[in-house]
Design a protein around this ligand. Structure first.
Ligand code: ARG
Ligand code: MN
Ligand code: MN
Length: 306
């Protein structure tokens, strides 16, 4: 198991329609993510934040595509390229990249970096499927598109910074879906992606579902990327998110899910990279959601009660 974790801040909010997620990395650090991780015996370094212009200084509609709608796509391309390089280099050094968002569009860069030298499985903890493309998006918000991007769907197939060819649908598993656009539902049903919805968690239990998601992501791949969107949790537990959806997982379910990830990693060393996204401190209550993000990261790296 890698014993060093590098925190990489990606304070990006171009992909969401509300300001505030750009403060996520700062709030999660303030909540003590490094200290939490260190309690598990890890060495933790912090690479600081990727620099990027504030959204107000940019025109969301500049450089519109000839097909579909994707706001701030040029800015997101620039950040994704830099993040992918940093994640790729971190892994090459034998260090584990933990990327703090930012909105979920940062996962485009983390998956591209992580899949550079490996066939990559993905476990996606989220209320949303984030499988849109500029052609299908109802909002034009790129945080609803990172998996569409990595899988090279629609116009993303023409963008080398977005499409990660070593991420294949058969190796992607959703856990906790409960808010899907109509077009996305069709896309999921026609795809080879494995979906576990909240109903699956209700009927089969979080542990079984996460073990099966891990089986999907690890089979035939060299390692996995874990993407944790805090709106996966119930908004009563994690209020500081931009697109809350009722009926999410509980505090205990979230911890057991990430503990299952860390147990699998302890057995087989499969975890390559992780991102923690969508924490919005403006909407949070006393930094609760950022604290949860820090604690869940530690659970993913082996923190246990005893
Ligand atoms: N990462 C997120 N919070 N995604 C929310 C996406 C919402 C909606 N499906 C959209 O594409 O606009
Ligand atoms: Mn998401
Ligand atoms: Mn979400």
């Amino acid at each position: 198991m890698d014993r060093t974790v590098r925190i990489i801040g990606a304070p990006m909010d171009y992909g969401a329609n509300r300001r505030g997620v750009d403060m996520g990395p700062s709030a999660i650090r303030y909540a003590g993510v490094a200290a939490e991780l260190e309690t598990t015996g890890l060495e933790v370094t912090d690479a600081g934040d990727l620099q990027m212009p504030r959204a107000e200084e940019r025109d969301p509609e500049a450089n519109q595509l000839n097909r579909g709608n994707a706001k701030f796509l040029r800015e997101i391309e620039d950040v994704s390229r830099r993040l992918a390089r940093e994640v790729g280099e971190t892994i090459q050094e034998g260090v584990f990249p933990l990327v703090l968002g930012g909105d979920h569009s940062i996962a485009i860069g983390s998956m591209n970096g992580s899949a550079r030298d490996a066939d990559l499985g993905v476990v996606w903890f989220d209320a949303h499927a984030d499988l849109n493309t500029p052609e299908t998006s109802p909002s034009g918000n790129v945080h609803g598109m990172p998996l569409g991007a990595a899988l090279g769907r629609g116009i993303f197939g023409e963008m080398d910074w977005a499409h990660a060819p070593r991420v294949r649908e058969e190796s992607v598993a959703y856990v906790g879906l409960r808010s899907i656009d109509d077009r996305e539902r069709e896309l999921i049903q026609q795809s080879d992606i494995t979906s576990f919805t909240m109903s699956d968690i209700d009927s089969r239990g979080i542990t079984t579902v996460v073990e099966e998601a891990l089986d999907v992501a690890t089979s035939g791949t060299d390692g996995i990327h874990v993407s944790l969107d805090l709106d996966w949790l119930d908004p009563k537990t994690a209020p500081g998110v931009g697109t809350p959806v009722r009926g999410g997982v509980t505090y205990r379910e979230a911890h057991s899910a990430l503990e299952a990830v860390s147990s699998r990693h302890a057995e087989t060393g499969v975890l390559r990279s992780m991102d923690v996204v969508e924490v919005n401190p403006i909407l949070d209550e006393a930094n609760e959601t950022a604290t949860l993000a820090a604690e869940l990261s530690a659970s993913a790296f082996g923190k246990r009660i005893l």
